[in-house]
Design a protein. Structure first.
Length: 249
């Protein structure tokens, strides 16, 4: 299951932080690292800080966009240090660790960490289903990138160890796991929805406002599964077929 957990670092400015994050991952049994457009490539300084985790660095993938990093992930959770304009479903690190383990057995899970100085943008945060907030001391809440990765990775490992222990306990009936769409599927749906709203005139291209952001929040809160998303895509497709038809006389 731990192989399905992906740590995503966005636009990291200092390669030493990448090395320290790789070390934090390996101590907790995580190995899938993806770097989104880092300002410095992970080379000598990163390897020095990685210590015995240079294998995690060597396997790290570098991609151009966050969308590419999470395209095959069915669960995406992003760290956020502060409240944003739009409220989003929020998890504590412990809740995030438990959810990661619960869903990581059937699909990939991405845990996203933002820039050292400014974190993630609102647009990047909206690509996730949940935000993770580390409840640090409000008088001194300065966590560096590697500390944040270590904190979340630790909670994932603790939840995984608890799951391993439970598997050796007397078996009980377990709830069937829900299959959720991955990042590509979700972005395809939002693009389809946007086209339909523009085609119907509900959204005016020159003045789109916050409609799509608010709809993203609504569907994120509802979190449709794969079958439900297919139904929604079918509904949108049926609307599209009528856009260009002449009005009946």
């Amino acid at each position: 299951m731990l192989d399905n957990v992906r740590i995503v670092l966005v636009n990291t400015s200092d390669q030493r932080n990448i090395g320290s994050a790789a070390r934090a991952m390996k101590t907790m049994g995580l190995s899938d690292l993806v770097l989104v457009s880092p300002e410095e490539m992970p080379e000598g300084k990163a390897q020095a800080l990685a210590a015995g985790a240079t294998d995690v660095l060597a396997k790290a993938r570098i991609v151009a966009t966050l969308e590419e990093a999470i395209a095959d992930c069915q669960l995406v959770m992003a760290t956020s240090a502060r409240n944003r304009t739009l409220d989003w479903p929020q998890q504590t690190p412990r809740e995030a660790g438990e959810r990661t383990v619960r869903e990581g057995g059937q699909g990939r899970v991405a845990l996203i960490f933002g820039r050292e100085a400014s974190g993630l943008t609102n647009e990047e945060l909206q690509l996730s289903q949940f935000h993770i907030h580390i409840p640090a001391n409000p008088d001194y809440s300065s966590l560096n990138l590697a500390m944040a990765v270590q904190t979340i990775s630790y909670e994932v490992r603790m939840a995984w160890l608890a799951q391993q222990a439970a598997q050796h306990a007397p078996q009980q009936d377990t709830e069937e796991l829900t299959e959720y769409p991955n990042g590509d599927d979700l972005e395809g749906f939002y693009g389809h929805l946007d086209r339909c709203l523009l085609g119907s005139g509900f959204i005016i291209r020159k003045h789109p406002g916050q409609i799509m952001s608010k709809l993203r929040r609504l569907f994120t809160r509802a979190r449709p599964d794969k079958n439900e998303l297919n139904i929604l895509r079918g509904v949108l497709a049926s609307f599209e077929r009528h856009f260009d038809k002449p009005e009946p006389k």
